[in-house]
Design a protein around this ligand. Structure first.
Ligand SMILES: [Zn+2]
Length: 416
């Protein structure tokens, strides 16, 4: 990757084709601590009556730029009479539920409202906490009980003061490090991070890598409301490894980015002022698209009183989980999705394009691995080593989906 020119996909997925636009007024309101003096009910209303976004770089709620480019590459391969292989750690699509815990109310009431719904549907989710929050003190027992129920605890940075993007590089690095250290002292070995206010900066991924985080979930695929990030997004509904800039060029980081692919509750409720029914229908529209392309439906909902953590709105969460579960996707916490994605990404393979032999090598055993083979010949593929799940026509050519029940380090597959 180093020294190489960036592909169009790299450029868009890493948001290098756009600028983050943080306002000066906001910067000083935050740095001078004026924000805390405004109650949330007003805070959530003021500042979002802005006029229509001029020239957003992403379409909302579905942006197809990266998807289209990847399809074009596949199409090109197949038309050049080559097999094209796509390995995925799930056979249909996957779903992941995450929550950012931002207010005192969340600890008192909001968490238990959402938790009850998840328990009913047997969903394990990821909960991001702020160790030095001004709003609350971390309740260690509550976090332990979430873990005991199978949920994941992760970091929502050190503080939630909205200053992250405005700090010096040194201070940002410190916040990422200290957050992990505090969790560790409390007995939580955390693996993931979500930037406060989704303040992803160009140096964030490097700091996460330095502190051995496994995953990050700070990039929406498309976002038209977050202050400073309106019209931005990584444009993909698949996990990816963000690039890190070094002197000579870019290199792939070790961080698995899990994009927020379903618009967060806060955006839809406050800036967009959607009714509860409209929120549900927008979520359904997005989930259907993600199912269609086989991606990751990652939700960010807040247990806050003014978001979805109340009895007037929590039914939307209940309904969308029911809707998703009916489709039978792979459902996991961020760590589950990130680990499976990483293992799949690390598979080395050799594809014999004449005989259609596949040799795969993996560092670890991976269960239930799916792979698509795009054949240039319109032929029917069969194998004794794996189960054919589906065969259909795609780009006027044959596409077959196979399931490997368990990939044990090394495997040879022959297709005929
Ligand atoms: Zn937050």
């Amino acid at each position: 990757m180093q020294n190489k020119t960036l592909s169009k996909v790299d450029l868009i997925r890493n948001e290098l084709d756009l600028e983050y636009k943080q306002s000066i007024i906001l910067k000083y309101t935050l740095l001078l601590g004026l924000r805390e003096k405004i109650p949330p009910s007003i805070r959530n209303r003021v500042g979002f009556s802005f006029e229509k976004l001029k020239n957003p770089k992403r379409d909302f709620p579905i942006d197809r730029k990266v998807q289209t480019l990847e399809y074009e590459a596949m199409k090109k391969n197949v038309s050049e009479k080559k097999y094209h292989l796509m390995i995925k750690p799930w056979t249909t699509f996957s779903a992941c539920f995450t929550h950012d815990v931002d207010t005192f109310y969340d600890l008192k009431e909001g968490i238990s409202i959402l938790r009850k719904i998840e328990k009913k549907h047997d969903i394990k989710s990821t909960w991001n906490f702020v160790p030095e929050s001004k709003e609350y003190k971390i309740d260690k027992e509550l976090l332990k009980s979430l873990e005991r129920d199978g949920h994941e605890i992760a970091s929502h940075s050190l503080k939630h003061d909205g200053k992250f993007a405005f700090l010096s590089k040194h201070e940002r690095r410190l916040r990422v490090r200290k957050s992990k250290e505090i969790f560790k002292k409390m007995g939580f070995n955390i693996n993931g991070f979500r930037a406060p206010w989704l303040h992803r900066t160009r140096d964030l991924i490097l700091f996460l890598e330095e502190n051995k985080y496994l995953w990050d979930s700070s990039f929406p695929d498309t976002d038209n409301t977050t202050i400073g990030y309106r019209g931005t997004g990584c444009s993909t509904v698949f996990p990816f490894q963000p690039l890190i800039k070094e002197n000579k060029g870019y290199r792939k980081s070790s961080i698995i980015e899990l994009p927020i692919t379903v618009p967060q509750d806060w955006s839809l409720i406050h800036p967009m002022k959607l009714s509860n029914e409209k929120i549900l229908s927008l979520w359904i529209e997005k989930v259907d698209y993600i199912e269609d392309v086989g991606g990751l439906a990652l939700f960010l909902t807040h247990p806050a009183k003014y978001d979805i953590g109340n009895n007037e709105r929590s039914w939307i969460y209940d309904d969308i989980i029911k809707y998703i579960k009916n489709k039978k996707p792979f459902i996991g916490r961020c760590i589950d999705v990130a680990e499976r994605w990483k293992a799949t990404n690390d598979i080395q393979y050799n594809l014999d394009i004449k005989k259609m032999n596949l040799h795969m090598k993996s560092e670890r055993r991976i269960k239930n691995l799916a792979f698509y083979i795009f054949s240039p010949k319109n032929e029917k593929l069969k194998s004794n080593d794996c189960e054919l799940l589906k065969s259909d026509i795609f780009f006027n050519k044959k596409r077959s989906l196979f399931l490997v029940k368990s990939l044990d380090r090394e495997m040879n597959m022959h297709f005929h």
